[in-house]
Design a protein around this ligand. Structure first.
Ligand SMILES: *[C@@H]1O[C@H](CO)[C@@H](O)[C@H](O)[C@H]1NC(C)=O
Ligand SMILES: *[C@@H]1O[C@H](CO)[C@@H](O)[C@H](O)[C@H]1NC(C)=O
Ligand SMILES: *[C@@H]1O[C@H](CO)[C@@H](O)[C@H](O)[C@H]1NC(C)=O
Ligand SMILES: *[C@@H]1O[C@H](CO)[C@@H](O)[C@H](O)[C@H]1NC(C)=O
Ligand SMILES: *[C@@H]1O[C@H](CO)[C@@H](O)[C@H](O)[C@H]1NC(C)=O
Ligand SMILES: *[C@@H]1O[C@H](CO)[C@@H](O)[C@H](O)[C@H]1NC(C)=O
Ligand SMILES: *[C@@H]1O[C@H](CO)[C@@H](O)[C@H](O)[C@H]1NC(C)=O
Ligand SMILES: *[C@@H]1O[C@H](CO)[C@@H](O)[C@H](O)[C@H]1NC(C)=O
Length: 608
């Protein structure tokens, strides 16, 4: 078998594969879904039920893309790279974001203003639950299944009472978060952060078994999470829309795409759920594409929540004939909101789901977004994201060719997840300057799944604080509780990682909150540090690899796998093509029943 790298260079092979899939798409959604499902099963990409569920949901969107695609084009190369992992990333299409005003020559980030500070609770991404509604029996469901997410009664032998591997009431590493775990976290927040001023929720309510999820379930889950379960001591909760908060998963069609598969109901549901915190006028804006901008009533801060799925590679609606530089006009809206904040002398927090420097973010959209960050760096105090489930961060630079403390301009804080699949369940509490809204520190709390009392009474404990863990190792040391954690601070932390490998390996362990980690050396370490220094995805050193699957990930002892951004929501289609020749042969076999000689010929030309 040829390696994916060799295949990527044989552009002709890839383009002809896309042509075959395009022919298939023109036969109609039903035929497309049927053939691709057969292929998925034939190549053993996933269990049959996963193939059927995932492709029946996502297949029609891919078929829509293929029908409209010009082959070859920027879109087709991008599609081949990000969905199949079989082509290199195309070059960015240059685009200049328009600003209503020039960056003021004297624009500077305000210095620490107040001796006082306040606390802010930020919940992790992903509170999805298994099964999604509370049932007394969930704790006895099987956790030892063949899929990436277990703890659901997929078969009668997984069912309560029939399995030797019961998950336990607080779940385990193969489960989404049970409701009991979520409630346990809320109680811990109350005890550790009773003085918190407000809360941020960085998205993803809905479960990881994406091949089972439908509109009814997503609607119920969103209502349940936001309107029923979040306790009043979280105060105001500022939420963002996650890629899982739709059905099909990741489906967020931009405004100019004509389709019957709308996610308007997601925006309407969130607008209704969030009205209690942001008010009806702001909530009305959520109905456009899930974004809003709201003034914090307790200070000179504007919170802007935006929909990162409009730049997400798994949102298949974005693969338009000509890629839209600004889907739904969200970037222009962001610019207007930021310009108004700058004129009013307000500070801004930007909140989204997917970190904009992650490998999941389109290079193009990430680059355009970064123009906005650089223009308004003095106004934006920090950015907040979730999605990766890991405890990590990203630094933006004025000059990506020479990242340094002097050119570091913006911090993206990436909150780790409650969801136990990614490590020990966790949440963060930030200390914030109440005037500048700069971040002074954050403290991470965890519940240790390896503790013998985890299933009876999970104990939440302080894991580490950023300033305690890293500030004391810098020279000069930064330990003053009033000192802001600036982009310069974080750049110096990455320099520390280069010099002090113990400090770096500690960071690696913290990514999963001390759960199942291995040391990260050589290319793994270089890649990690590169990624920390990239808020623009084209610079994050993550290379395209054939798709990630829903089955349990195999671990690499060298830690090399760590650097790959494995998140939830990847398409099953990518997995099918990890064995390219096998997949092409399977397409031929599966398409036989359609009796299309043109298709047959296309397959043969691809194989030759
Ligand atoms: C920057 O200059 C403008 C115009 O001279 C002035 O209004 C503004 O207050 C200055 N801002 C800062 C942060 O010094
Ligand atoms: C899962 O089940 C298999 C037997 O079917 C067993 O060998 C394995 O140890 C179990 N794994 C865990 C984590 O319990
Ligand atoms: C447990 O397994 C038995 C035998 O396969 C089956 O008849 C029964 O329905 C299963 N129980 C549940 C709750 O699914
Ligand atoms: C959605 O899925 C649930 C099972 O999770 C099912 O009971 C329900 O009928 C489905 N609804 C629709 C509209 O398909
Ligand atoms: C960062 O490191 C530089 C060079 O070592 C040093 O001059 C500067 O004070 C440090 N800044 C912070 C915020 O740690
Ligand atoms: C390196 O970092 C570790 C903490 O991870 C610390 O204990 C040690 O003192 C540091 N070494 C130096 C030379 O600063
Ligand atoms: C979790 O508990 C286990 C067992 O007591 C222990 O070995 C491990 O170090 C703990 N992990 C953390 C992050 O505290
Ligand atoms: C495709 O190839 C198969 C054998 O590999 C052959 O039997 C078939 O006739 C070919 N179809 C066309 C249309 O060339």
């Amino acid at each position: 078998m040829q390696s994916p790298v060799q295949l990527a260079s044989t552009d002709f092979t890839m383009q002809s594969l896309l042509l075959v899939l395009q022919v298939l798409a023109h036969l109609g959604n039903d035929d497309f879904v049927e053939v691709i499902t057969d292929v998925c099963v034939l190549v053993g990409a996933e269990d049959k039920d996963v193939c059927e569920g995932a492709i029946s949901r996502e297949g029609p969107i891919l078929a829509h893309d293929l029908r409209n695609m010009v082959i070859p084009s920027h879109t087709s190369t991008l599609f081949c790279g990000t969905i199949f992992g079989l082509c290199d990333y195309p070059d960015i299409t240059e685009y200049t974001v328009q600003f209503p005003s020039d960056k003021p020559a004297n624009a500077t980030r305000p210095a620490r203003a107040e001796k006082r500070l306040f606390k802010l609770f930020i919940s992790a991404t992903s509170t999805s639950t298994f099964p999604t509604r509370r049932e007394p029996s969930t704790s006895t469901v099987n956790y030892n299944c063949t899929k990436n997410i277990c703890c659901r009664p997929y078969t009668s032998s997984d069912a309560p009472g029939n399995t030797s591997y019961p998950a336990g009431p607080f779940g385990n590493n193969k489960c989404d978060s049970p409701v009991d775990l979520e409630e346990s976290m809320y109680k811990a927040i109350q005890s550790f952060a009773s003085d918190a001023a407000f809360s941020i929720f960085t998205g993803d309510v809905v479960e990881g078994a994406v091949w089972l999820v439908n509109e009814t379930e997503v609607t119920n889950d969103l209502n349940d999470a936001f309107s029923t379960r979040m306790p009043s001591y979280l105060h105001t909760v500022y939420g963002v829309v996650g890629n899982h908060d739709a059905a099909p998963v990741n489906s967020f069609p931009p405004a100019d795409v004509e389709t019957t598969i709308s996610s308007q109901w997601v925006y309407d549901t969130l607008a209704s759920d969030w009205t209690q915190w942001i008010g009806p006028t702001t909530a009305a804006a959520v109905k456009h594409y899930g974004a809003y901008s709201v003034k914090y009533p307790g200070g000179n801060l504007k919170l802007i929540s935006f929909n990162t799925q409009l730049y997400y590679k798994e949102n298949f609606w974005l693969y338009e004939k000509t890629m839209a530089p600004d889907p739904s006009g969200q970037l222009a809206w962001l610019v207007n909101e930021l310009d108004a904040a700058e004129s009013a002398g307000e500070r801004v927090w930007l909140m989204g789901h997917m970190p904009m420097g992650a490998s999941d973010a389109f290079h193009d959209g990430s680059s355009y977004f970064n123009q906005i960050i650089q223009r308004y760096e003095a106004t934006i105090a920090a950015c907040f994201y979730g999605h990766t489930h890991k405890d990590e961060f990203e630094i933006a630079y004025a000059d990506n060719s020479s990242p340094s403390a002097d050119t570091a301009t913006m911090m993206s804080y990436i909150a780790p997840a409650l969801t136990p699949t990614s490590g020990n369940p966790t949440f963060r509490v930030y200390s914030v300057d109440p005037v500048t809204f700069g971040i002074l520190d954050f403290t991470v709390y965890i519940a240790n799944m390896s503790s013998s009392t985890y299933q009876t009474n999970p104990t939440w404990e302080k894991y580490y604080s950023a300033k305690e863990a890293y500030g004391s190792l810098l020279s000069p040391a930064i330990t003053d509780s009033a000192a802001e954690l600036t982009p310069e601070f974080w750049h110096n932390v990455t320099t520390l990682f280069e010099k002090n490998d113990t400090a770096f390996q500690d960071y690696v362990a913290r990514k999963t909150r001390g759960w199942d980690y291995s040391s990260c050396i050589g290319d793994c370490k270089t890649g990690e540090i590169c990624q920390l220094r990239a808020a623009e995805s084209q610079y994050n050193c993550v290379e395209i690899t054939p798709g990630i699957n829903f089955k349990r990930a195999k671990r690499s002892t060298s830690g090399a796998a760590l650097h790959q951004q494995s998140t939830c929501g990847e398409s099953v289609i990518g997995v099918m093509f990890s064995n390219f020749e096998g997949a092409v042969e399977a397409i031929g076999k599966a398409a036989e029943k359609l009796g299309s000689s043109f298709l047959d010929a296309s397959v043969n030309s691809t194989l030759s």
